[in-house]
Design a protein around this ligand. Structure first.
Ligand SMILES: [Zn+2]
Length: 436
């Protein structure tokens, strides 16, 4: 057993968790046995209860749950900060050429290695990730993620129209390759498969229907795509699918709107669409830095929840349209958007949507998202003293609420002191800490 001592801060589970509720143990401890959290409590109590345990004392550093990214494109790791276009032009100019390079397995393997390394650097232990249309891009990511012990959900991108020819599949190959990858990888260690149409404009009716049938055969599998990000995109969807009631209905009428259906952006939905998504128990991935960078719009988090109480929401980086893999940076921008939308998020809520809220959105909250006995041992140790601005601000804080807020607004990868992934420090049992 291994006990981590520090200032423990975590959201708490429950049938319907309260995003504003926080377990705050300034002199706290998290006990880990193998890959699982076995106890969370006061440091004095746990060290007394388990005198044989190895102890790492993180002092007054914060110990929070492993961070969750609900929407990210690993093939776009190298094209972050490509400027000057809105969504549809940006896809043509930067994204499709970057994804075409993944025809080369060696390139996919190298980017998967870089991407998973950067996830760890930023404290992300769980992510829902887009790969490319090439089936081997999924093999490359799962292989790299498995070596690091990460909880990764990904799938082959499906596109059979409105993209360069070398990036197109067909309804038949999309389903055959997706099913093959699902059979080989789904449930291996902490890996899961996700059925992944890019978005409505790049899939024909036939492809979406075929993926809907695949989804019906696998009712527990994640579905990920994009929804209602940009006004030109929405107009295009209406032209391409004149029989659908609205954008959400394009997915809904083929069975792709359901629990563990994770829809990126969801910025400009009608009330009808929101209500339907809520009834279905579907999830929305809020990607603030991407929405700002591409000028797509401001996600109305509070009013979306008010209209659709059943909807699940998590934060996503949306790299490469997003500008940081850091969930702390993402949370800081989500705060500013919530402020502009008239319903500012609290520090506890920012932490919640970066951890347990995201885990609920992905349907993995039984194992991830909070520090609680029985969950996987995914911990992030945050050190506010590693950047001068945050270090000085932290010295002035009088309360946990104030300190956590400063960390969520000013923190970044420098703030991440140590990451424990499924019980192993930084994804390995090295670094001088034995995990037994
Ligand atoms: Zn995206």
């Amino acid at each position: 057993m291994h006990i981590h001592l520090g200032h423990v801060l975590t959201p708490k589970s429950g049938v319907t968790p309260d995003p504003t509720a926080l377990l705050d143990l300034p002199h706290g401890a998290v006990a880990v046995e193998g890959t699982t959290i076995t106890a969370v409590g006061e440091a004095s109590a746990l060290t007394e209860q388990f005198p044989e345990a190895t102890v790492t004392d993180h002092g007054d550093r914060l110990i929070i749950p492993g961070l969750v990214d609900c929407h990210v494109h690993y093939p776009q790791t190298g094209m972050i900060a490509s400027p000057g276009e809105q969504l549809l032009d940006w896809l043509e100019k930067y994204t499709f050429p970057a994804e075409a390079r993944f025809a080369d397995l060696a390139h996919a393997t190298a980017v998967a290695e870089e991407f998973t390394g950067q996830l760890v650097t930023h404290g992300v232990t769980t992510a829902l990730v887009f790969s490319t249309v090439h089936a081997h891009s999924v093999d490359a990511l799962f292989t790299a993620a498995r070596a690091r012990g990460l909880r990764i959900i990904t799938g082959k991108m499906c596109m059979d129209r409105n993209a360069p020819a070398e990036l197109l599949d067909t309804p038949e190959t999309a389903v055959a390759q997706s099913a093959d990858l699902l059979n080989r990888w789904h449930g291996v260690d902490r890996l899961e498969y996700a059925i992944t149409p890019r978005f409505a404009p790049t899939s024909s009716d036939a492809q979406l229907a075929a993926l809907g049938e695949l989804a019906a055969d696998h009712p527990d599998v994640v579905i990920q795509t994009h929804l209602s990000e940009n006004h030109a995109e929405i107009d295009w969807v209406h032209e391409l699918f004149p029989a659908a009631r609205d954008y959400t209905d394009v997915y809904d009428r083929v069975g792709l709107v359901r629990e563990r259906g994770v829809f990126g952006h969801a910025l400009h939905l009608t009330d009808r669409e929101l209500v339907r998504l809520g009834e279905a128990g579907a999830s929305l991935a809020h990607c603030p830095t991407s929405n700002e960078f591409l000028g797509s719009g401001l996600f109305p988090l509070a009013s979306s929840l008010a209209t659709a109480p059943g909807v699940r929401i998590g934060f996503g980086s949306d790299i490469g349209a997003g500008t940081s893999l850091s969930p702390l940076v993402t949370a800081g921008e989500a705060y500013k958007i919530s402020r502009l939308s008239g319903a500012p998020l609290s520090a506890a809520e920012l932490l919640y949507y970066s951890t347990l809220g995201g885990a609920r959105a992905l349907g993995v909250d039984a194992r991830a998202g909070s520090l609680e006995p029985g969950k996987d041992a995914d911990l992030v140790v945050l050190d506010p003293s590693t950047s001068p601005t945050l270090a000085y601000r932290a010295q002035q804080c009088d309360s946990t609420e104030e300190l956590l807020f400063a960390v969520m607004i000013l923190g970044d990868d420098r703030t991440v002191h140590q990451v424990v992934i499924n019980g192993a420090v930084n994804g390995a049992t090295a670094d001088g800490v034995s995990v037994d």
